[in-house]
Design a protein around this ligand. Structure first.
Ligand SMILES: [Mg+2]
Length: 425
């Protein structure tokens, strides 16, 4: 991009920001320009932790995944060479990589390592937004006097994380979040990619247009029919063209293709949601069994929320069918909650409303739309809620003292709790 185009981009960014400010939105327009956002992403996280803990697995294809019929949660780079990737059914991974080392998920251990990583990042800037167990954005705008150039800071973060965890990460630094995320991904593993302000368009131009967040299959097909394959192709048409075609999303698309992304880094949002899910050893088709699982998951989610002093308003049910298609259904409550019974009740109503006619292989419950909340009296002096809260607290104390298997509420007695199995990295 030439210097003149760049300055007009800056001017536009400021003007747009002012308009927003006038409309009373909480957008600080000054963040539109000269921001520096760092995205840190651990490389093949679960698999790398296993290799760090068991040096004999170094250099070998390690596949972390659910027992029996689960899916791959993470594959080491050695395993990826066989075509294994996360979210693939384990049986398929075994077929592709029969000599692979298949390990169960050790979520507790990954959380420990994740905490070490996040603590390092919090030492750089107070603006750290953790987006998953192994990924975070750090706003490093204006930290040069303190930390040196972005490049030296990037190198230091990488070596600190490596020294503390024996796991490598990839770092991307750019003026906005989505470009930083693409940058961290582009030279994985152990990469460091810095995109300077005036290189953003040139950096994005050759990449497939699907790299822009929010472009699903449908939009992608529509774009391809216009001959738009790379992000740079979007800019062959003016913003007005995209608005006519795609409405408000057209403006966004055009902005994204130019690398404009004013989304701020929001600190402490690691608890955007809290969820639990399980893949069954055998497909399930009766609602009662599914509800039992939902109850165990609601208990787990509720306990985690209570432990972290969070409450959430939106309860989401996730169902994956035997044919691997999946759906989610959400319900937003009037009041944020951390109550097991309320989470379960909402999830089970969502489940019953589905009128299932297919076998199910996975079910899960999530609570999102979270807010940090100190202990407070319930707004409704609903005695049922008060009783539930007492029960929740008693259950939490017992689990804390005697472990999770110590006591289950009446509903799940005689029902065996599933093994830990979580998705992605
Ligand atoms: Mg990762």
């Amino acid at each position: 991009m030439s210097q003149r185009e760049f300055s007009s981009f800056r001017a536009e960014g400021v003007a747009a920001g002012r308009r927003r400010a006038k409309e009373g939105e909480r957008q600080d327009w000054s963040v539109n320009v000269a921001r520096r956002i760092m995205h840190v992403d651990m490389d093949a996280f679960y698999a790398s932790v296993e290799q760090a803990d068991r040096p004999e697995f170094k250099g070998k294809p390690v596949i972390v995944g659910g027992a029996r019929r689960g899916v791959v949660s993470a594959a080491s780079y050695e395993a990826r060479r066989f075509g294994v990737h996360s979210a693939m059914p384990v049986f398929q991974a075994k077929r592709l990589c029969p000599g692979g080392i298949f390990l169960p998920v050790r979520m507790g251990r990954y959380k420990e390592v994740s905490k070490v990583v996040m603590d390092i990042l919090c030492g750089i800037s107070p603006l750290v937004e953790q987006i998953s167990i192994d990924e975070a954005f750090v706003d490093i705008t204006g930290t040069e006097a303190l930390h040196g150039s972005p490049e030296s800071l990037g190198r230091r973060v990488k070596s600190q994380i490596r020294a503390a965890t024996r796991v490598t990460c990839s770092v991307g630094i750019a003026p906005g979040k989505f470009v930083a995320k693409i940058a961290s991904d582009i030279h994985k593993p152990d990469g460091l990619t810095i995109v300077e302000d005036d290189r953003v368009e040139a950096f994005l131009a050759p990449l497939p247009v699907e790299r822009i967040p929010g472009i699903g299959k449908k939009t992608s097909e529509a774009l391809r029919s216009l001959g738009v394959r790379a992000i740079g192709d979007v800019l062959r048409f003016p913003a007005s063209f995209w608005v006519k075609r795609l409405g408000a999303w057209g403006v966004k698309l055009h902005e994204r293709a130019r690398g404009v992304d004013p989304a701020p880094v929001i600190a402490y949002s690691q608890a955007k949601s809290c969820s639990a899910e399980d893949t069954f050893p055998e497909d399930v088709d009766d609602v009662e069994t599914l509800e039992k699982w939902l109850f165990v998951q609601s208990e787990e989610v509720g306990k985690e929320l209570r432990r972290e002093s969070f409450r959430g308003r939106t309860v989401t049910l996730k169902v994956k069918f035997a044919d691997f298609s999946s759906i989610t259904r959400s319900h937003t409550l009037r009041e944020a909650t951390d109550c097991t019974q309320l989470i379960f009740g909402t999830a089970s109503r969502l489940l019953r409303a589905l009128k299932l006619n297919r076998k199910v292989r996975l079910v899960g419950v999530g609570v999102s739309n979270l807010s940090a909340m100190p202990e407070q009296k319930p707004v409704f002096s609903d005695s049922m809620l008060v009783r539930q809260r007492k029960l929740d607290r008693a259950m939490d104390r017992i689990h804390e003292r005697f472990g999770h298997g110590a006591l289950r509420r009446g509903r799940v007695l005689g029902f065996e709790s599933p093994a830990d199995e979580e998705g992605d990295p």
